[in-house]
Design a protein around this ligand. Structure first.
Ligand code: NDP
Ligand code: 8X3
Length: 256
């Protein structure tokens, strides 16, 4: 489609799946993530289909994000679509046991990293009066669960920030969407459980979760709608996932 798409967290999961779908549509790609090896492998794979610029980038580093955007080669400079996807959960312990370092990393990546990418790319979109930002939220931003403490909090931020961007951008042809998926099988749980493959596998055992390709299909769909149509917030789950009832503590259960 000849658009320029900037995808953060493109080395795995949703980001890599989005890259593959946009490449198949003929869009130009800017792919960003920390790990060079998977990023370069993806760049090589997709370079057969489209123009690809890969950047080893930690979105938590404000200056590095600024330089990455300012130094985009001319062909990639006019970003039409920003997929703010880089993010992670770390740990599933209750708040009083969680690592403060892990909380910092989630806030720095899921909130501040997303802000840096937005703030450096958005002015160009406004100047061109053309663009679409897709922020990847989560069902965890709306529905609390034990151990979701700060991760869910960061995703609630993503949803409200997305709405506030819409408020600021009224009158401009720049769209903003918050896509909030539920459980999806990617490297997400391996990261959350710090490489414990057995624990990660349990999350997806005996069920069909969303796939990265499912989520990428939705991202490419919302960005392919007519330019006057803005999907504000979209929550998506596997048919196999739903809400639990509210928890009640009972003395008879002997819980402290
Ligand atoms: P993956 O772990 O498979 O992919 C996460 C991506 O984010 C990787 O490419 C990783 O690359 C990148 N990333 C992490 N930290 C940074 C950083 N500091 N700078 C740049 N890139 C970074 O997970 P998913 O694809 O599942 O997750 C993508 C997004 O979707 C996240 O925001 C996640 O919170 C959200 N999400 C996931 C759900 C799920 O169940 N899987 C459901 C709902 C939302 P690298 O390590 O190379 O930097
Ligand atoms: C990822 C989905 O339910 O593990 O955002 O928080 S969940």
């Amino acid at each position: 489609m000849n658009r320029t798409v900037f995808i953060t967290g493109a080395s795995a999961g949703f980001g890599a799946a989005c890259a593959r779908l946009y490449a198949a549509q003929g869009d130009r790609l800017v792919l960003a993530a920390r790990r060079e090896e998977p990023l370069q492998a993806l760049r090589k794979e997709l370079a057969r289909q489209t123009a690809v610029h890969a950047i080893a980038l930690d979105v938590r580093r404000r200056k590095a994000v600024q330089e990455a955007v300012e130094r985009l080669p001319a062909e990639f400079r006019e970003v039409d679509i920003l997929v703010n996807n880089a993010g992670l959960a770390l740990g599933l312990e209750p708040a009083h046991e969680m690592s403060l370092d892990d909380w910092d990393i989630m806030v720095d990546t899921n909130i501040k990293g997303l802000l840096y990418c937005t703030r450096f790319i958005l002015p160009g979109m406004v100047a061109r009066n053309r663009g679409h930002i897709v922020n990847i939220g989560s069902t965890a931003g709306a529905w609390p669960y034990p151990g979701g403490n700060v991760y869910g909090g960061t995703k609630a931020f993503v949803e409200q920030f997305s709405r506030n961007l819409r408020a600021d951008l009224l009158g401009k042809q720049v769209r903003v969407t918050c896509l909030a998926p539920g459980m999806a099988e990617t490297e997400f749980s391996m990261v959350r459980f710090k490489g414990d493959a057995a624990k990660a596998a349990q999350v997806y055992a005996d069920t069909q979760a969303l796939t990265a390709a499912d989520v990428a299909g939705i991202v490419t769909w919302v960005t392919g709608l007519p330019p006057h149509v803005n999907v504000n917030t979209l929550e998506v789950m596997s048919i196999n996932q739903s809400w639990g009832h509210l928890a009640v503590h009972r003395e008879a259960q002997g819980r402290e």
